[in-house]
Design a protein around this ligand. Structure first.
Ligand SMILES: [Zn+2]
Length: 291
C-alpha cells in the first residue's frame, strides 16, 4: 500500500508566468455541479482568503482537446488528517498552520475526470497585466500617502514603512480592492489611531491638499521609472514573498506582498489618486493608472 500525502501547489505567478504544463493531483466535486482541480504547479494566482485584495486570475485549463474555463481561482487548504479540502473563507486555520497543506484551487463547471492527467494552464494574460499594474500602483500610493501624512502625527506610533515613514497605510487600512489598472483602498481614522497620535480632524479638513501632495509625489517617483521584482523565499503559497521596487535613485523599497506585479514602474503610465470621505472617520483612496 502506498500512502499518498497531498502536496502544496508550486506557484509560478510571482515570476510573471501566465502559462504552464502540470499534472492534476486531485479533483474534488463541489456544490452546484462544479469541481476543484488541483495541479502540481500552476501559473494561476488565487485570491487570498485572509486579505482578499487582488482577485483570482481568469483563464482556462486545456486537456485532451477540451477547454475548461476557470470559474474562480481560490486558495484551498487540505487537512492532512482526513484529506478534506477547505476553500477560501471556509479555511479554519491560519496560512501555514501545521498539519495543513495549502493549494491553488481552479474551479471549473461540471465534474471532468482529470486526475493524473497532464494539462495546460493558460491565464488570461491581459487581465493579469492590468491587475499587476493596479497592485503596483496601490503600493506606491500607500508610500506616497504615508509621506503626505507625516505632518499629521502629534507623536510617533512606532510603526514605519519601507521608507522609514510613519506607516499610516498599515495602521489605518480596513479594505483594499485591486482592479484592472486601479485600486480602491479604505482607511479608518478611529479612536485608537487618534490615541496613537493622528490628527484626524486636520486630515479630513485637508483632504484635497493631501490628495494633491500624493499626486505630486507619485508623479516624481514615476518620472524616474524603476524596476519591480517579486522575491520569493520558496515556491509554495505559504512561503514569504516580497515586492521590491527601485523608487528614485536612493531607495530600494521592500514590502511583504503575496500578489503579482508589473516589472517596472514605467508600465503603470501616469498614476493619480482621488480621495473622498465616506463618513466622519473613514475615507477612500482611488488610485488609477492612465496609460
Ligand atoms: Zn501587495
Amino acid at each position: 500500500m502506498t500512502t499518498h500525502l497531498p502536496k502544496a501547489t508550486l506557484i509560478r505567478y510571482p515570476q510573471g508566468e501566465t502559462n504552464a504544463t502540470g499534472t492534476v493531483t486531485k479533483t474534488v466535486p463541489l456544490d452546484d455541479n462544479r469541481s476543484a482541480i488541483l495541479v502540481d504547479n500552476t501559473p494561476f494566482h488565487p485570491v487570498d482568503y485572509q486579505w482578499p485584495d487582488q482577485p483570482g486570475d481568469r483563464g482556462e485549463i486545456h486537456c485532451d482537446g477540451m477547454v475548461y474555463p476557470i470559474v474562480s481561482c481560490l486558495t484551498g487548504a487540505i487537512n492532512l488528517e482526513d484529506d478534506a479540502l477547505y476553500l477560501d473563507t471556509d479555511i479554519p486555520v491560519k496560512k501555514g498552520a501545521d498539519g495543513w497543506c495549502f493549494v491553488v484551487v481552479h474551479v471549473v463547471e461540471g465534474t471532468p475526470d482529470l486526475a493524473g492527467k497532464t494539462v495546460q494552464l493558460q491565464v488570461d494574460a491581459s487581465y493579469r497585466h492590468a491587475l499587476d499594474c493596479g497592485h503596483s500602483a496601490c503600493h506606491i500610493t500607500a508610500l506616497a500617502l504615508n509621506r503626505a501624512l507625516q505632518g499629521y502625527w502629534r507623536k510617533d506610533p512606532g510603526r514605519h514603512d519601507a521608507l522609514g515613514q510613519i506607516d499610516f497605510d498599515q495602521l489605518a487600512i480596513t479594505q483594499s480592492s485591486i482592479g484592472e489598472y486601479q485600486s480602491t483602498d479604505r482607511y479608518r481614522c478611529g479612536k485608537s489611531l487618534k490615541k496613537k497620535g493622528l490628527c484626524a480632524a486636520d486630515l479630513f479638513t485637508d483632504l484635497n491638499n493631501i490628495e494633491q501632495a500624493v499626486n505630486q509625489q507619485l508623479a516624481a517617483w514615476l518620472a524616474e521609472g524603476g524596476e519591480i521584482h517579486v522575491r520569493c523565499e520558496g515556491e509554495t503559497l505559504t512561503d514569504r514573498r516580497y515586492w521590491e521596487c527601485q523608487l528614485g535613485q536612493e531607495n530600494k523599497v521592500v514590502i511583504p506582498c503575496g500578489g503579482s506585479h508589473a516589472t517596472t514602474l514605467g508600465a503603470l503610465g501616469n498614476v493619480s489618486v482621488s480621495m473622498h470621505p465616506l463618513d466622519e472617520q473613514t475615507f477612500e483612496v482611488i488610485t488609477r493608472c492612465q496609460l
